[in-house]
Design a binder for this molecule. Structure first.
Ligand code: AMP
Ligand code: MG
Length: 425
């Protein structure tokens, strides 16, 4: 797909359809359905490797040359042919000149002779072994050391890191700083990557004031979700698109979704996603888009409204900032990753002893705002209220309680998923 501006197929309008009669969907089933419904939607472009951090490879990166290209020395010392050495004190005449990184030795080193060699220098003809400088004495044009030295000691083979033609990184890999080192070392100064996923973020609600700090009456609240979701998108290395805020007015929401579908690859809305009288986003998506309201057995979170609008996927997240964040981390993150070409992702959590007590009924999965205390035990935020935004900042991650019943007392192992594992920073 090198260079060509691909136009991948749009999503099918019925891609989010749930089978008839499905009631509460376990989180895992919802994730599997979402995964099956989506595919990469962005085309490819070529960019300089130095500017490619966070981008997703659209092609396999194949080494154009071996690294290292030739055998070289791993240390500063003296190089020689192993065959001419043995046990006991070795005393070899030094040839004139030296081999240094970027300054190859001009000529060959005869068997029984040694050459001064520095780290990174190509092994001169005749040299296959290097003795460490600290293990040597030099004087009167000779070097002396204790044998035996292991054959090829302190040397690096050509291609021992990566051989020419070898796969360095696969398509779908998201490039991190160390990957830029690898690609650059292999001569891959340009890479073919997916165009960044454009993630539109729209807030809805008559009570919402778009700009924090702007004059607000007591019945009005400042938009907390939009800055959070835009920051999530940019933290995930996507291109955030601020679609602003609209009131609970179907025409206004529709106009903004039209703009979103034009300028974005995916749209995240918050608010109005449930099925009540004031849930205008889901009402509109039901009437004009292709809504599928997923009733997910999840706390916090209410139905997740999934739809396409002019072929662009729309994630209708709950309005409560706590539920909006949990739904974004659990559902939107892997979905966006798949849309962006980086494949499905699952956060890596680990077991930590609980520092709390909680009895949970079976039937739905729960995520609690949590952090590790100094003993490495997971403590949870004092209130589970989904309007308590302060708990999101107090936390450093989430505790995931399984779908089944759980009776947790201090010391019970629970699954802690650090914010970092959700790519949240
Ligand atoms: P809704 O999903 O529209 O029923 O909203 C649920 C709760 O979340 C209500 O208390 C809303 O006021 C609140 N809410 C909705 N959108 C936002 C937002 N963008 N920022 C902060 N709170 C919000
Ligand atoms: Mg509302």
């Amino acid at each position: 797909m090198t260079g060509a501006p691909l136009t991948p197929p749009r999503l099918r309008d019925d891609c989010f359809a749930m089978p008839q009669g499905v009631d509460w969907v376990p989180v895992q089933d919802a994730l599997s359905r979402l995964r099956a419904a989506l595919h990469p939607v962005t085309g490819a472009e070529t960019v300089p490797t130095h500017a490619a951090r966070g981008r997703v490879l659209a092609d396999d990166a194949i080494a154009t040359r071996s690294n290292p290209p030739r055998p070289n020395s791993a240390v500063d010392g003296y190089g020689f042919a192993h065959a001419a050495t043995g046990a006991g004190v070795m005393r070899l005449p030094l040839v004139q000149g030296r081999a240094a990184a970027g300054q190859p030795f001009d000529g060959a080193v005869a068997s029984g002779e040694a050459v001064r060699i520095l780290t990174g220098a190509i092994l001169p003809d005749g040299v296959d072994t290097v003795v460490l400088e600290e293990d040597c004495a030099t004087g009167a044009g000779h070097v002396a050391f204790d044998g035996p030295i292991r054959p090829r000691a302190n040397t690096r083979k050509a291609g021992e890191d990566v051989a020419e033609g070898q796969l360095a990184l696969p398509a779908g890999h998201r490039l991190r700083a160390p990957d830029l080192a690898l690609l650059s070392a292999l001569g891959l100064g340009k890479v073919t990557v997916f165009r960044p996923l454009r993630v539109g973020v729209l807030s809805t609600g008559d009570e919402i004031i778009a700009e924090s700090g702007a004059p607000a009456l007591p019945h009005q609240i400042w938009d907390a979700n939009r800055p959070m979701l835009l920051a999530l998108a940019s933290g995930w290395d996507y291109a955030p698109v601020d679609l602003g805020h609209v009131n609970d007015d179907p025409a206004a929401i529709a106009a903004r979704l039209d703009a979103g579908a034009r300028d974005c690859d995916v749209v995240l809305t918050s608010g109005g996603a449930s099925a009540g009288d004031e849930d205008h986003v889901s009402a509109l998506l039901r009437a004009r888009g292709t809504l599928s309201a997923w009733r997910i057995a999840l706390k916090p979170g209410r139905p997740l409204a999934l739809a396409t609008w002019n072929g662009v996927p729309v994630f209708g997240l709950p309005g409560n900032p706590v539920a909006a964040l949990v739904c974004a981390l659990i559902f939107a993150r892997p979905a966006l990753s798949l849309l962006a070409g980086a494949g499905w992702v699952a956060p890596q959590g680990f077991a930590a002893p609980a520092a709390f007590s909680k009895r949970k009924k079976p039937g739905r999965r729960e995520y609690l705002r949590a952090r590790l205390n100094n003993a490495g035990h997971a403590e949870v935020f004092a209130s589970e209220g989904s309007g308590r935004i302060s708990g999101l900042s107090w936390a450093t991650g989430l505790v995931e309680l399984p779908d089944g019943a759980a009776d947790i007392t201090p010391g019970t192992p629970v699954r802690f998923i650090p914010y970092e594992a959700f790519g949240l920073r």
